[in-house]
Write a protein that binds this ligand. Sequence first.
Ligand code: HEC
Length: 433
Amino acid sequence: MIPLRGLAVILTFVAGPALAQEFTTLKGHGGPIMGLSVAPGGQVATASFDNSVGVWDGLAPTWLDGHDAAVVVVNFDNAPLLYSGGDDFRVLEWHPDGSAKEITRHLGKVSDIDILPAETVIASAGWDGFIQVTWPHMDHHITETLRGHQSNVTSVELISDTQLYSASSDGTIRHWQRDDTQWQSRVVVKHGFGINEMIVTDDWIAYGAVDGGTRVIDRESGQQIKDFTLDRRPILAMAWHGATGQLAAGDGQGYIMMIDTTSWRITRDFRATRRGPVWALAFSPDGKTIYAGGLDDVAYAWPVAYLDEFDPAIDGNRSFLRDAATMSNGERQFMRKCSICHALTPGPSRKAGPTLHRVFGRAAGTVPGYPYSPILVGSDIIWNETSIDALFDEGPDHFIPGSKMPMQVIREAGDRADLITFLKTATKQEADQ
Ligand code: HEC
């Protein structure tokens, strides 16, 4: 059903073209996705354990094979040039014709790459404990090595070609400044536990650590602005979308936490990968979609707007086929929480889940032609008011462990009841939705 190597558009859910929101899956890699980057034009680059880099443009992925080991980081900020680094200790620069040029080499795995928009300077972080700053397009290819961390460097952020920040497993963030010939550094954060991820803006520095520590400090004063630490660990990925002020953090349990950096509030917190950690995160250019990669060998594109719990205050702005205000609560529940993956009409659909047409009284796992997970095919569940209620009271991960349906819970019993009332009628209609 889904092409093995290709972009499967599982859902197109639109009110108008400007509000197009899609849940898509970038499928084709032969190993976990360790790195993600979105070009300003919207092309997505993926770095995988299968040693290749994927470039996703519309329906066609292009595979860039040049690393001799797992690729763990990609940077597409300067498309069409693409930078990648991996377990083969190398940083490669990819050209639009698919050829690659080695930019620099570390003495350990390359964990991060940052570039300045003008593409004159590239910084790479290595598990050798070093940061390398390279000017590849000068008359002479120059590389400088910055030594100071006591352990793996995990993240690097260039401010200018003479200033950068780095984070390390040694539990610190360092600020580096180059005077005429020398790079000098000072410690600006001492977290204690290893720091995996860091985002630096003009105003603040956010970082995520192996102990789950998720903090934001003022860049000038070093004062803590906010502590978002939840009792989960470790933080493995972070992404930032400046125009919409969204900060995302992905963790070892597969969750993505979204933070509004204007109000410093957690706005969403959801399970993004079917199993295992979130290794990679990136926003689409408009900030409406977040890409997540992990153990699943696929990258998921989640429409940010669908990741929320229902909030009447912002109801009017959503992109529904009809104005949400004219819907019953049950229909709204369905539109927000289920319609992204389920049709109500008979026949095959391109959605990720089986159609719910005539689901009441149906034995689980019996829509012809739908590739269910074995657990559903083998189960003796009959779908009715009680079982559907339990499915979203407990969450699919508890009710049918091993199911492909992503974890989600509908907390309010009233919302579940309204949803079921809506489904009872809607799943009986022959056409229309
Ligand atoms: C992100 C996608 C996604 C969302 C959102 C989602 N589902 Fe599912 N659902 C699935 C998938 C995939 C399956 C098939 C599971 C399997 O094979 O393990 C499924 C299976 C089901 C089944 C079992 C169907 C059968 O034929 O046995 C029911 C019932 C169901 N979903 C109801 C819902 C309802 C109600 C909602 C909204 C509250 C919802 N789902 C939200 C993806 C989703």
